[in-house]
Design a protein. Structure first.
Length: 174
């Protein structure tokens, strides 16, 4: 049984460091990280997780959009492991929407993100995948990639008045 890991919280050095490119996706160490990330994310209400959040500085993210109490309007997709991910904006168009982070509990903020992007990553078999993402899923992807570069979403907030408590956030959807 894979271990459920503690999620690094804002202030931890590991959230501010640059993750290393994964060289061998089949190595036991990398496999273990992917398994631990999968288990850890499944035990939360989160829609994504990056390896630094379980204190592993490797370029691995999981995007797992699903409706939940935290994100009632999220589309449903299978959890997707993405290794060495990158993206390019399809246009300069951005939009602001709410984000939260398992490493920053109790807080939500409006964050500007590109609305449509092309992404590239290696899947769990090591095959290169290219696809186009839009809207909420594109947002999650950009949020998780930021973690690989030591950035958290609060760094991208335009004004402090765009930051609210989760309690107030949940009131927006009743
Ligand atoms: Ni996050």
């Amino acid at each position: 049984m894979t271990q459920n890991c503690e999620i690094a919280q804002l202030g931890a050095d590991v959230l501010r460091q640059i993750s290393a490119k994964v060289e061998n996706i089949n190595s036991p160490a990398i496999r273990k990280i992917i398994d631990e990330m999968t288990t850890t994310l499944a035990n939360t209400q989160g829609v994504g997780l990056a390896a630094p959040q379980i204190s592993q500085l490797q370029r691995i993210i999981i995007v797992a959009s699903r409706p939940s109490t935290r994100y009632p309007h999220a589309p449903l997709m299978l959890p997707t492991v993405m290794v060495n991910p990158s993206y390019e904006a399809l246009s300069e168009q951005t939009e602001k929407d709410w984000e939260g982070c398992l490493s920053i509990p109790g807080i939500r903020a409006l964050v500007p993100r590109y609305t449509s992007i092309t992404v590239q990553y290696e899947d769990v078999r090591g095959l290169t995948v290219q696809s186009m993402l839009e809207g909420f899923v594109a947002r999650v992807f950009q949020h998780e990639i930021d973690h690989l570069d030591g950035t958290v979403y609060l760094d991208r907030v335009e004004t402090n008045t765009d930051i609210i408590s989760e309690t107030e956030y949940l009131k927006l959807f009743v």
